[in-house]
Design a binder for this molecule. Sequence first.
Ligand code: PSU
Ligand code: MN
Length: 305
Amino acid sequence: MNLDKYLDVAPEIRAALAAGKPVVALESTILSHGMPYPQNLAFAARVEQVIRDEGAVPATMAIIDGRMKAGLTGAELERMCKAEGVAKVSRRDLPILLAEGGTGATTVASTMILASLAGVRIFATGGIGGVHRGAQETMDISADLQELAHTPVAVVCAGAKMILDIGLTLEYLETMGVPVLGLDTDDFPSFYCRKSGFGVDYNAKTPADAARVAKTKWDLGLIGGLLIGNPVPEEYAMDFDEMTAVIDRALAAARDAGVRGKDTTPFLLAHIVEYTGGRSLATNIELACHNARMAARIAVEYAKL
Ligand code: PSU
Ligand code: MN
């Protein structure tokens, strides 16, 4: 298939990939549906600069006017951040949005798809979707997990939020054969906090260690990606007990409001920001920039292998 029919790769990214230089994918749902405007716009520019400062090229992914984009212009980033008429696009939504010429922000799952199509192997995000608490009844399990099982991209995240059942999320990844690494940690992080109480499969002490595991997985022809947990820097971490209470309150609000399906995660994120008086947003921004920095270092090491 000729991908040019659907996909635009920005010239700088195309050149970097052709030369074997490091490129890091970024998602756009974190902008459109994960953070308020205009803080998301400042974040979008900063996170791209963090990647450049490490010697890699950022590739923010989105669907714009029916085309898949790897690499956005300033005006396109602004459009994603204003989020007017911007859908949340996961794997199932992708063909619909392209066929109807729509505009949407890509989740972890669909960003992995775009990255893989463009040839980008390393991706930085904030937190991934996973098995929701109460999934035994709702069957709400993010498509992000299936994507990690199928698509060859290494996702650097600050773990999973406690809006999810972290234990079940890790069980699911084990079943799907997805390696879960920690960057210099034995404990899978829980987004706002450095620990979750659940272990990782491998403590990658350095970005080079993580790059080597990814390279080995793909050399072996094992399908799918990897999940790399990178704890929030100590100075931005939030109190575990406080966040447990805040998240319980947000979950109760979602239940009372009857929120379901793809609206659940954005609803919970917005309420957590509200209940913490914006402190959680500052932490979210810092941890996502830290993930971008480490993802860029992994991409630099991966490019040498
Ligand atoms: N978790 C966060 N911030 C986010 C998301 C998750 O802490 O912005 C977004 C990501 O784009 C992720 C998506 O892929 O939500 C998961 O949504 P769902 O649970 O509907 O699959
Ligand atoms: Mn869901």
